[in-house]
Design a protein around this ligand. Sequence first.
Ligand SMILES: *[C@@H]1O[C@H](CO)[C@@H](O)[C@H](O)[C@H]1NC(C)=O
Ligand SMILES: *[C@@H]1O[C@H](CO)[C@@H](O)[C@H](O)[C@H]1NC(C)=O
Ligand SMILES: *[C@@H]1O[C@H](CO)[C@@H](O)[C@H](O)[C@H]1NC(C)=O
Ligand SMILES: *[C@@H]1O[C@H](CO)[C@@H](O)[C@H](O)[C@H]1NC(C)=O
Ligand SMILES: *[C@@H]1O[C@H](CO)[C@@H](O)[C@H](O)[C@H]1NC(C)=O
Length: 652
Amino acid sequence: MKFTSIISLAVALCVVSSGADAASKKPNHHHSDPCKDLGTQAKNGTSSLSFNSVKGCYQAQAFNKHIADKTVASLESLLGNFYTFLDQARAPTGHPFQTRRVDLLDGIKKIHSKKWKSDYDFQMALYYLLASVNDGHLAYLSNCYRTARFSQPIQLYAPVVDGRQSVRVFSADATQKGVPKGNLVDCEVKTINGKPALKAIQEFIDLTSGISKDPGVRLNDALTSVSWSQGWTISGGGFSRRWTVPESEVMEYSLQCGKTHSNIKVPWIVNPITSTFKFNSFNSTQSYWASQCAAAPQKAKKTGNRHLSHSSDLAPATTLFKERGSTRISSSHNDGRVTKDEFITKGKQVFTTSTSAFYTLNDSKACVIVIATEEVDDNNEYANFIEGVQTLKNAGCKKLIFDVTNNGGGSIDFAYFINALFFPDAKPYFSQDLRDGPYVQGAAKLAIKEASVGNSIFDARGFFDPKTSKPFVDSSMFTKGIKQKRGGKTDVYTRRNYFGGEWALLPLPKNETLPWTAKDLAFITNGFCGSACTMVASRFNIVHGVKTYAIGGIHKRALSYFSFPGGFVYQNDYIVPDVQSLNYTAKGGPSYFPVKNIASIAMGEIYANDASTVPLEYDYKRFAANVHLDHDTVTARHPDTVWVKVAADFKH
Ligand SMILES: *[C@@H]1O[C@H](CO)[C@@H](O)[C@H](O)[C@H]1NC(C)=O
Ligand SMILES: *[C@@H]1O[C@H](CO)[C@@H](O)[C@H](O)[C@H]1NC(C)=O
Ligand SMILES: *[C@@H]1O[C@H](CO)[C@@H](O)[C@H](O)[C@H]1NC(C)=O
Ligand SMILES: *[C@@H]1O[C@H](CO)[C@@H](O)[C@H](O)[C@H]1NC(C)=O
Ligand SMILES: *[C@@H]1O[C@H](CO)[C@@H](O)[C@H](O)[C@H]1NC(C)=O
């Protein structure tokens, strides 16, 4: 079948290094420093690292009480003062999207009071605590212990075949150690490390992903997926490509290929993560700490205007997804077997922009816009996107399908622009509020006195008032906050507000309208439609009634079509200089971490609509897609087969 040749090509292109792992064969010098070994092994991103050097080097970092105290103080301030779902995280959600109830501040206290063997164990405990909230905007990610990527040369997925969901091999690289020769594609994986395979994957990803309150979306995050990102790519999934250190050097699979059973042991392939690994910078445990872990002394930074600099920041869940890497399915590969056109056989690409690809379908009046991201690095994207839409209009497309698989968000402004483009008569924006305790109110009173508007996140003049459709003119958004009961606690949140933006300046030419109404539109997602992507998908669905299809996940269980709507994402590294520039010295304020990390929160919370009182992040009755589709062995590899199904589902 055609798709198997695509998969073998994918393997040939696989970014996983196939170089000799000389490192792991080196004799084990007693008393050798694992960090020294690691430094010697790592030359560049393709270098093969020894599993035990990485693990040993991480574990060699001694627990340091001073570091722990400072880390805890910074994290308590960040979450306690600013994390908008701090209280809400203590409240239950309901079926089928139950998520753990998490008391973050209590959890931090417990971690702080425990005796730790190493800094590594301490830092990872904080990571796992925040991940347990399952908010893709929220993370405490140590860069120090995220310098290596562990990859399996076997990529997995979980299609439903003959009414039964099972874990199967999506692709396998037989050139790698432990992988048997012969075609493993679509062999069933019965167990992994002795556990039923699906259970092993779900348990792992439930602890580490943090991407969604929906276990089905987390399962998708664990598995192989195909999506467009300036070309079609295969992403291996968080189970077979991870930054957390696996339990052991090898993964054991029991496989069933046809009638043949086999057990295989496949070593992890370990490579540096180039965005965090500092090559040639250390040769000992101590110098690893100095180079990879200890934060550089922070100089006071000038804070830019936050609307320009931060409203398009990526959520940590999206950053982690990108860090795993992906394999490009490229027509430029010259073995002649597979081209991009063969990969997508049921449609024709008629236009692309930096965020999106536009397709017509061969045997249908439906067309497809694949929106890969809302990350916009160039304002021309707005006009280019309109040109793509006009191309589809001119091609006579009667229906329009949006495929937002693996869309991790980006610019809120771009999301609002898409909303305004397709529904010009409706509000494109979401109203939101922020956590607004005494510390925040104090900052707001100083920020309002600043000469230039909007340099501080606490400056109300940087937010629009829904009552006037104009920016706030005083600090009342913060100082006259609203009490809300969340998770059994009553706390103050700001007045409702929204981010004003440029979207209003960039619609179609005045005399032009688009031919589609809500019933002509549909959304396809794998649930990883996060942040700004949510702001499009949920607006189309909740307010305008556009039908949504979520694909993959857990068989016979509703699947969410979006994840981590949050509000907007913010990092500790922005809040600290912001407060410093206000000369605000109240106690309990934010501080820089003593270690290199990404400490990131949802700072604002959005609501499905103005009347709604439950933040969308916890508005679980709205999570499920209208239609849940299972993946099979073909749809998982060919998104166009899903488009055709959805196209056939439009009411004529
Ligand atoms: C990485 O390092 C190896 C060995 O030092 C070298 O052969 C290879 O060309 C390097 N690759 C890149 C992409 O720089
Ligand atoms: C380790 O690196 C430091 C700084 O580059 C250097 O001064 C020192 O000699 C190195 N030590 C060893 C044992 O190579
Ligand atoms: C669909 O259209 C493309 C581009 O025009 C063409 O190459 C392909 O053969 C067509 N596929 C089918 C099934 O008609
Ligand atoms: C809109 O107006 C522009 C400029 O007047 C014109 O070129 C264009 O054809 C018009 N478009 C439509 C759809 O009428
Ligand atoms: C903060 O203090 C610095 C130095 O004392 C001063 O230059 C600056 O104007 C102050 N800023 C504000 C907003 O008060």
